[in-house]
Design a protein around this ligand. Sequence first.
Ligand SMILES: NC(=O)c1ccc[n+]([C@@H]2O[C@H](COP(=O)([O-])OP(=O)(O)OC[C@H]3O[C@@H](n4cnc5c(N)ncnc54)[C@H](O)[C@@H]3O)[C@@H](O)[C@H]2O)c1
Length: 255
Amino acid sequence: MDQLKDKIIFLTGGSEGIGYECAKAYSSEGAKLIIAALNEEQIQKVIDELGPGHLGILCDVSKESEVSVEIEKSIKAYGRLDAIHNNAGIARPAKALHETTSAEWDTLMDTNLKGIYHTIKFGFEALKKSRGSVLNTSSLVGEIGQEMHAAYSATKGGMDALTKSMALDYAKYHIRVNAVAPAGVWTPMLRKWNAEQPDEKNMEDYLNAIHPLGYCPGGDVVADACVFLLSDKARFITGCIMPVSGGAELGYRKL
Ligand SMILES: NC(=O)c1ccc[n+]([C@@H]2O[C@H](COP(=O)([O-])OP(=O)(O)OC[C@H]3O[C@@H](n4cnc5c(N)ncnc54)[C@H](O)[C@@H]3O)[C@@H](O)[C@H]2O)c1
């Protein structure tokens, strides 16, 4: 239970879904967390659940000034930073590219991609000192694409490229940079999307069927992979986009 003992981890989007599962897993492995997310009430709930020693902050990762202030505050509070997990993300809108508005495009890019630029811009020096590591929550759609989610898929493809390029740039500082790429994961984001589909039940069957291992999982499966990638057991792994997908990227599709 000590795989992340005393590591200080800045986790974005840790109040719900995959990030929430990561928050529980990291703290049970001995890490201290700074959870940056959008919903104050939800952040407080998670901090109360995790117990003392963790910090919850209201911070929009798309806003450079907010990330700058909050990372500085975190480093002051803990004296160091061992990892940044860029997990906060949005998947809307569900539209083809020509229907996507300029504002929707900008919000997606600013949150999913520019958010990473912001945390790294302000957290880099601390990671350099700690020989720390970066983890990004990507998605399988960054590699295989997704119907009606062109802009979202582009952010995840961009995230994969960023992960590899950062891994190369930062290897000389002994900073490892990796990503996890889930397919479907039951989270508030996916449940909301599912409820909006014309045939909710069929959609659930579909979401189970895209994973050869037979089911659409919860965020715990992603969290376990994230613990490994942030731990010293992954000390020689960098630039890796690790699918956590039950094999969704393999083989020919069933009807
Ligand atoms: N759920 C899936 O099926 C799935 C699949 C592949 C990848 N992902 C990726 O996993 C990550 C988490 O998704 P989820 O399904 O857990 O989502 P979710 O909507 O359940 O939770 C999102 C979290 O991100 C935070 N957040 C959103 N925008 C933010 C912003 N601008 N600044 C700070 N925090 C912000 C929210 O407060 C919340 O804590 C996302 O990057 C998503 O693209 C999800």
